[in-house]
Design a protein around this ligand. Structure first.
Ligand code: NAP
Length: 278
């Protein structure tokens, strides 16, 4: 069994971003500028954003974090200002959001939508146009690409159909000529579906739900899951049993998540290029 570490890919993307930002600064006199907006006090969100801040500092990206708690209009105004700003080139709106503010995700200027979550970004992805792609879906593809995993004509089974992971990764796999099956909570016989797979992408959000006995011999397993259980980070795949049958498998931590963080940074650099060089 070969472990598909995300580390070398993350390092490569980071290095390219550092070089890109340096040369863009020399050329334009500007650097990418990210504004993150949060409504409410979600601690997991805060920890996640602080990690992004560290990455931005390392690469030379200007970072701003605005947290609101009791003024929805101020939150909306701050988003509108970021949308229209000539300096701010990337926007992230943190989830969870109260129901009354969920529509603001759709208000993000698509050119600055570094998470690729607006219907404009997703529509372009589905139609096969250039766009900012949801980072985790793209991270799965980076891993597949780096380790030369063939996709043409291969059976890929994606478990999970969310807009940020399952759906976009299914589209990206199809674009590379895989035959894709999407599974979800109403799938009749998940074990049977998984046994047909040459490659499994697990994006469910249920700790270690996919066990070795559900995986066919020599399957390649990409585990997107990040589930905190008793302070420990677990994937959606039971690594210990799956590694006995899989030919290649991503670890958690150290797999998809590690690459996702850097793909997000690269999207910040890409949105800057699109805006400043347009
Ligand atoms: P989500 O929006 O909750 O979607 C979960 C999907 O799993 C849904 O489509 C759901 O089906 C499906 N599902 C739930 N139970 C199932 C079951 N028993 N059998 C088959 N399918 C089932 O989750 P998400 O945002 O896509 O995230 C998925 C996982 O990836 C989570 O662990 C999350 O933490 C992780 N994640 C990791 C990264 C990273 O960087 N590594 C980034 C984002 C997310 P229905 O549609 O039928 O409800």
């Amino acid at each position: 069994m070969k472990e598909l570490s995300g580390k070398p890919i993350a390092e490569k993307i980071e290095q390219l971003c550092i070089e890109d930002v340096k040369s863009l600064k020399e050329k334009t006199g500007q650097v990418p500028y990210l504004r993150v907006l949060q409504y409410g006090d979600d601690e997991a969100s805060k920890a996640y954003v602080r990690r992004i801040e560290k990455n931005c500092d390392k690469i030379g990206i200007k970072f701003e974090y605005m947290i609101f708690s009791d003024d929805e209009q101020a939150f909306i105004d701050c988003l509108k200002e970021a949308n229209d700003s000539k300096e701010i080139t990337s926007i992230m709106v943190q989830q969870p959001l109260p129901d009354s503010l969920k529509h603001t995700l759709e208000m993000i200027n698509p050119a600055k939508d570094i998470e690729g979550i607006t219907s404009s970004s997703l529509g372009k992805l589905f139609a096969g146009f250039e766009t900012l792609v949801p980072c985790t879906a793209k991270a799965c593809m980076e891993i597949i690409d780096y380790y030369d995993i063939p996709l043409k004509g291969q059976r890929a089974v994606v478990v999970g159909r969310s807009n940020i992971v399952g759906k976009p990764v299914s589209i990206l796999l199809q674009q590379k000529h895989a035959t894709v099956t999407m599974c979800h909570s109403r799938t009749r016989d998940l074990k049977w579906e998984l046994e047909q797979a040459d490659i499994i992408i697990a994006a469910v959000g249920r700790p270690e739900m996919i066990t070795g006995e559900m995986v066919g011999e020599d399957t390649i397993v990409i585990d997107v899951g990040t589930n905190f259980v008793d302070g420990k980070l677990l994937g959606d795949v039971d690594y210990d049993s799956a590694k006995e049958v899989a030919s290649q498998i991503t670890p958690v931590p150290g797999g998809v998540g590690t690459v996702t963080n850097k793909v997000l940074i690269r999207n910040i650099v890409e949105s800057f290029k699109n805006i400043v060089q347009a």
